[in-house]
Design a protein around this ligand. Structure first.
Ligand code: AHM
Ligand code: MG
Length: 334
């Protein structure tokens, strides 16, 4: 039987690969792992404790907020605040970023951006949801008051990114810029255990993932590319949970698209805490991620915490093919 490598052991073993002085990133990643276990526990019994359903509020992006969203946001904040390894958080569920005021946190170099529960429209119907996180070094001096600028950093400045997928099993996938590794939660010991070392995305795959219901609202070049995917007999897989749809592509190859529509002229997904962390992970696994204007996601300037972006992400050959369709058919020169 292979030796079990827990997330904690793996993070510590690879600590020297982080440009991290005192092991703070190690402890921050472990704090996120703890939050993932707590959220997993509630996701798995959401149907039983009346945590389902709409709590009536809506977040700044206008998405109806489900109770589990609120719970997940609160648990992540609690774990990160008490862990003392980051000095502030920007979250899909918070209108503005928050600063931690305890001394240890204020002296931390790291900030966290997150979508505490992505794919929340799936909660009530028992379909997979996920947590997305990204970790930056603050730009302002440790100990001083955190500024908005500390959060408005490009994806290329990410120190680490990851997601937790609450699916048929619960898996945590993360990168610190030296490849991508997956850890499956073993509930019998309460540990995330290394299950998918050194994940590499296939060059291409048999899946494409897009909300076909918006087809007629996409620009012509996107419709032509989607037609090509269909003509090539690719299989459409789209469950309305970005983490789940991209996780499949990480292992089986394919492309995930969220182009601009009339409702979302800049795209629906948020750059800071959805597109950038997922793009870092996919690029680290050998994939590509760009917006529908063919700009690399990780290079995009971030001007607002809830800024939206279009996205085409996945197997490199398929993202390149999408690029040729945009160049060939776009009414607007790109
Ligand atoms: P959420 O973070 O509020 O759940 O919204 C993001 C989700 C993504 O996970 C998913 O890819 C997308 O919204 C689905 O949007 P749509 O229902 O418009 O296809
Ligand atoms: Mg989301």
């Amino acid at each position: 039987m292979n030796k079990i490598v827990t997330l904690d052991e793996f993070i510590i073993q690879n600590q020297e690969m982080h440009q991290d002085a005192g092991g703070h990133l190690t402890r921050l990643l472990r704090d996120i792992g703890i939050a993932g276990k707590i959220i997993n526990r509630e996701v798995n019994k959401a149907g039983l404790v009346n945590i389902l359903g709409i709590d009536g509020s809506a977040n700044i992006s206008g998405d109806e907020v489900q109770k589990l969203d609120v719970f997940s946001n609160e648990k992540m904040i609690e774990c990160l605040r008490s862990g003392g390894q980051c000095c502030g958080i920007a979250s899909e569920e918070l209108d503005e970023f928050i600063r931690f005021t305890n001394k240890q946190s204020m002296n931390s170099d790291y900030i966290v951006v997150m979508d505490p529960l992505d794919g929340s429209s799936n909660i009530d119907v028992n379909v997979s949801v996920g947590t997305i996180f990204g970790i930056y070094k603050r730009k302002s001096k440790a100990g001083t008051k955190l500024k908005a600028d500390d959060f408005l950093q490009k994806g290329t400045d990410l120190v680490a990114s990851g997601y937790v997928l609450y699916g048929t099993s619960t898996i945590l996938v993360y990168t610190t810029g030296n490849g991508v590794n997956g850890f499956t939660l073993d509930p019998t010991i309460g540990e995330f255990c290394l299950s998918h070392p050194d994940i590499k995305i296939p060059q291409r795959g048999n899946y494409y993932s897009v909300n076909q219901g918006y087809y007629l609202k996409f620009d012509v070049e996107m419709r032509r590319f989607i037609d090509e995917c269909s003509d090539m007999n690719l299989r459409l897989r789209y469950i309305g949970s970005m983490v789940s749809d991209i996780h499949r592509i990480m292992f089986q190859g394919g492309i995930f698209l969220y182009p601009n529509t009339r409702k979302y002229p800049e795209g629906k997904l948020r750059l800071l805490y959805e597109c950038n962390p997922m793009s870092m992970i996919v690029e680290q696994a050998g994939g590509k991620a760009m917006n529908c204007r063919l700009e690399r996601i990780l290079d995009l300037p971030v001007s607002h915490v809830h800024q939206r972006s279009t996205i085409a992400i996945g197997s490199p050959d398929m993202v390149d093919e999408m690029k040729t369709f945009v160049q060939r058919y776009s009414a607007v020169p790109v």
